[in-house]
Write a protein that binds this ligand. Structure first.
Ligand code: SF4
Ligand code: ZN
Length: 319
């Protein structure tokens, strides 16, 4: 039996690649909690009076977020929102029931909604109409799904008087997103991704990512240890996920074989480099224009938002 490198008393059950330590369950969970707390404190992510909407996708990451947040913030100020995408054979009643009972045990109120209920079209319908119109995929299901879910979280947070939206993005997600924007040369987006950035419209609710320094393999391990019911069916649209992200993911895996803490170091360095730029931009917030169709905020210089543009492009010949 290998003993835990930290407490030296209990059996080690996880090998933490980036520290080289073998940890027992208690010490591993404590280590993860401390890294979440470190980010929360460093960037003032959560203040005592905050009312936080937790976006629950039904995956392991949002489950881990749900598991740790009530230890950090008053459960009565947390609210879970599950969003059903409307994807045949993918959205499972069992996952939602499991999440509901987890929320109940943790003292967190939660509810479920769907993309169709709030925004009129499910992911499947969006793809169906698109195929009918163009005969091929012009816009991936993931693009629609991502924009729709972000919008719904924002709408619910506003209507439930929540001042933060927490999502379960982990370290791997965050590093991939940073790298994608570096490759695109999108500095404004990079600045906006930084945890200190402010929102640029009273209609937008600040998003926080408390798991941004937790590796994906760590969230998977915690979810497994906590008996999370992993989804057996993969989303049928997974093949439409942006290829750049998949390529970056593979590249990072190769780099981490040589330097297992590369992602943590990269994130820390980039956060530090971006911080002065974020502070300059925060001093002069832009008031984003509102979409003439739906009233939601849109990018500077635009009349309609990306979501209305997607719907219009799909429906023009349908209705
Ligand atoms: Fe949505 Fe794409 Fe994820 Fe499927 S794979 S749930 S379409 S983001
Ligand atoms: Zn719009």
């Amino acid at each position: 039996m290998t003993l835990c490198s930290r407490c030296g008393r209990r059996e080690a059950i996880v090998y933490q690649r980036h520290t080289g330590m073998r940890l027992c369950k208690n010490c591993f969970f404590e280590d993860v909690k401390q890294r979440i707390l470190e980010q929360i404190k460093k960037y003032n992510m959560i203040l005592p009076g905050d009312r936080i909407l937790i976006g629950i996708s039904g995956g392991k990451d949002s489950f881990v977020l749900l598991r740790f947040l009530p230890e950090i913030h008053t459960p009565s100020k947390l609210f879970g929102l599950m969003i059903e995408e409307g994807i045949r054979d993918y959205n499972r009643v069992e996952t939602f029931n499991f999440i509901k009972s987890t929320c109940h045990e943790l003292g967190i109120d939660c509810t479920i909604t769907s993309i169709k209920e709030v925004l009129r079209y499910s992911v499947d319908e969006f793809m169906f109409f698109q195929m009918k119109k163009y005969g091929s995929i012009k816009i991936s299901a993931c693009t629609f799904c991502g924009i729709a879910r972000r919008r719904i979280l924002n709408i619910y947070a506003r209507s439930y008087s929540m001042n933060k939206v927490a999502t379960g993005h982990n370290l791997d997600d965050e590093v991939q997103t940073y790298l994608i924007n570096i490759l695109r040369g999108d500095i404004m987006r990079l600045v906006q991704l930084h945890p200190l950035s402010v929102v640029h419209s009273p209609l937008l609710i600040k998003r926080i990512k408390p798991l941004r320094t937790i590796y994906e393999y760590e969230t998977a391990f915690i979810a497994y240890m906590e008996n999370f019911s992993f989804q057996e069916t993969e989303c049928p649209y997974i093949v439409q996920r942006p290829t750049l992200r998949s390529k970056i993911r593979e590249l990072i895996r190769e780099i981490e074989k040589v330097n297992p803490s590369a992602q943590l170091e990269f994130l820390k360095e980039l956060d530090n480099v971006l911080e002065p730029l974020v502070k300059i931009r925060n001093r002069d917030p832009v008031n984003l224009p509102q979409c003439v169709k739906c009233g939601e905020p849109t990018a500077p210089g635009r009349n309609t938002c990306k979501f209305c543009e997607l719907i219009d492009s799909m429906l023009n010949t349908q209705y």
